[in-house]
Write a protein that binds this ligand. Structure first.
Ligand code: GDP
Length: 214
């Protein structure tokens, strides 16, 4: 099952505050997760560009939203948005506020946001910060827009033995009462399935019978 090819992927903007967001033009998909969970690796795998999305060297230090535009060979265009990692960043009240003002303001106030991909470590599952985030995106948005999909990705699947992978995913999915996509960045596992969900949420589904649909 192949998704269509990435024609072009590039970093287009960074925003340190809500006043500096780029104009809302294309559909946006935000990526969230605890620091070090593997979020940058999921994004780089989707963009087919190793190292395009950087991990912050000091966990929790990045207080910016990173915007990456992507264009596929069948004409789909969207923006993947890297949210600051949380966890370490949420230790102190001041840090929590800094994360909250920017990330929460973006998540609840962005009219073109269509989905949030929550990246989890398959070995750890959802922790309290992750549950907070899921609750946040189910809050009433501050702008009028279609519903924002929550897409759960359990990454680092390759760190579990083969026999343990499926049961771990099923356990996670049961606990969260939602489907969970198993992912492994080095092996590209889950990439096509995640692309299909992103495109559906962004309203840029591949035409029937195209390679992305097969
Ligand atoms: P971020 O802080 O959430 O953006 O995390 P990164 O994507 O930088 O990943 C953190 C660490 O986990 C790095 O050392 C990655 O090489 C490693 N990593 C990320 N994804 C995977 C994966 O799917 N499998 C394995 N084995 N390691 C991974």
């Amino acid at each position: 099952m192949k998704h269509s090819r990435i024609l072009h992927a590039e970093f287009t903007a960074a925003a340190e505050s809500l006043d500096h967001l780029p104009p809302p033009v294309s559909a946006e998909i935000a990526f969230a997760g605890r620091s070090n969970v593997g979020k940058s690796s999921v994004m780089n795998t989707l963009l087919e560009r190793r190292g395009l999305v950087h991990t912050s060297a000091t966990p929790g230090r990045t207080r910016k939203l990173g915007f990456f535009s992507v264009e596929t060979d069948d004409g789909a265009r969207l923006l993947l948005v890297d949210l600051p990692g949380y966890g370490y960043a949420r230790r102190s009240k001041t840090e929590r506020r800094a994360w909250g003002d920017l990330a929460e303001g973006y998540l609840l106030g962005r009219p073109v946001l269509r989905a949030v991909v929550l990246v989890l470590d398959v070995r750890r599952g959802a922790e309290s910060d992750d549950l907070d985030l899921l609750e946040l995106i189910s809050d009433r948005p501050r702008v009028s827009r279609p519903p924002v999909a929550a897409i759960l990705v359990a990454t680092k699947l390759d760190k579990l033995g083969r026999a343990a992978q499926k049961p771990a995913l099923e356990r996670l999915s049961r606990a969260l009462k939602r489907p969970v996509i198993g992912f492994s960045a080095p092996h590209g596992v889950g990439k096509d399935e995640l692309w299909r969900k992103l495109r559906k949420a962004a309203g840029v589904e591949a035409p029937p019978g195209s390679p992305a649909e097969r």
